[in-house]
Ligand binder design. Structure first.
Ligand code: MG
Length: 391
């Protein structure tokens, strides 16, 4: 039996070239304070955390997280690693409970749960490698021949450029597209028209046989969202994502109950019970927990079962391997988010630089290999010179 001998958390800070998008490429929770521009970048999206859990036979499981990496590293090093070392990785449910209950006073949401997530993902990768199976085969196996993905970019910018980008994505075979709004309550009616104009422009290019998703990244408030929904409904969006801040669950409930546009959210919700609460209250029509924040794959699988009972589809936030494995293994996960490979802009692209093994979408689908054990990711040496790595 292999036991866990070490847990190594590292923070990767990108020092290479970036192509920053426009200041209002996407609304965010600080817009309402009039701090547009710098605020989005202050989230330190150009940092990533990797977590390597090593077993006594030398096998290493690789997990990751991208929320406040320096703080998450501290939580892993100081608090969680000692709870994990010496355990059998296949006792992942008990390991999870111990991490959860021993950090409960301070760790239920945010940093603590993100640290648990990074370790849990590494444990699943480790289990897969130890038995020689891909993680999705341990989670339920293949539920689809390949994974449909949606094109996630189309940041708010000049209308012509957005249409050009959308046209190229249509040509590449994508059948679903997510665009970001650039304006919120501080921009008044004029901003509303700008938002609407861009959503209409993308719909015009992709036509009516493809899906349109709309992203607010918590940049609106309830009043603003209430007024936007009737204007957006004629565009038949598949969903409107995070219209208000994550704590305003009552706002999500009110907007979803309008039945004009399906409301999506959950990437800033944490834990099984947090997501169960969203489902029980009818806050979302599409649940988008983030696997590396919500408690890892162990928590994600429990949430998947609950969401299935509510008949709410789950589309995990962000395009990363752990999400692809969950999507493959769950019939209630119909499509995955996918960031097309581009230069480093807002930071979502960094995993292409830190890791090797992420599948590349072709014709709007991606595939997982039945033979590669674990999650199928390794740390890449190719771009190491562009990173400052904190051990
Ligand atoms: Mg989002």
């Amino acid at each position: 039996m292999a036991t866990i001998t070490s847990v190594r958390a590292r923070v990767w800070t990108w020092k290479g070239p970036t192509v920053p998008p426009a200041g209002n490429f996407c609304t965010n929770a600080s817009d309402i304070l009039g701090e547009r521009g710098d605020a989005m970048h202050s989230f330190r999206f150009h940092q990533w955390l990797t977590c390597e859990v090593e077993a006594s036979d030398g096998t290493v499981g690789l997990g990751n997280a991208a929320l406040a990496p320096t703080l998450v590293k501290r939580a892993i090093d100081d608090w969680l690693a000692p709870l994990v070392i010496g355990e059998d990785p296949f006792d992942h449910a008990m390991i999870w409970e111990r991490m959860y209950r021993r950090t409960h006073a301070w760790g239920r949401k945010g940093i603590g749960m993100t640290a648990i997530s990074a370790i849990d993902i590494a444990l699943w990768d480790l289990m897969g490698k130890l038995v020689g199976k891909p993680v999705f085969k341990l989670l339920g196996g293949r539920t689809k021949a390949r994974i449909p993905v949606y094109y996630s970019k189309l940041y708010a910018g000049p209308v012509a450029a957005m249409q050009e980008e959308a046209a190229a994505a249509v040509k590449a075979g994508y059948r679903a597209f997510k665009t970001r709004f650039g304006y919120g309550p501080a921009d008044g009616m004029a901003g509303m028209r700008e938002n609407l104009r861009r959503a209409e422009a993308v719909r015009e290019v992709i036509g009516w046989d493809r899906d349109l998703m709309l992203e607010c990244y918590m940049g609106w408030n309830l009043d603003y969202a209430r007024r936007m929904l009737p204007q957006l409904a004629p565009l038949a969006p598949r969903w409107l994502e995070e219209p208000v801040i994550a704590d305003d669950v009552a706002g999500y409930v009110a907007l979803n109950a309008m039945n004009l546009v399906p409301i999506a959210g959950g990437e800033h919700e944490f834990s099984v019970m947090g997501c169960a609460d969203l489902l029980r209250r009818g806050a979302v029509s599409v649940l988008q927990y983030d696997t590396n924040r919500v408690g890892g794959i162990t928590a994600a699988q429990k949430i998947n079962a609950i969401a299935e009972a509510f008949q709410v589809p789950v589309i995990p936030h962000a395009g990363q391997m752990h999400n692809y494995h969950l999507t493959m293994a769950n019939a209630n996960c119909p499509i995955a988010e996918y960031f097309p490979v581009f230069d480093v802009e807002v930071g979502n692209e960094l995993f292409y630089y830190i890791f090797e093994g992420d599948p590349v979408a072709e014709g709007g689908f991606l595939q997982l290999d039945d033979a590669t054990p674990g999650l199928g990711l390794t740390l890449s040496d190719r771009h190491r010179a562009h990173f400052e790595v904190m051990e």
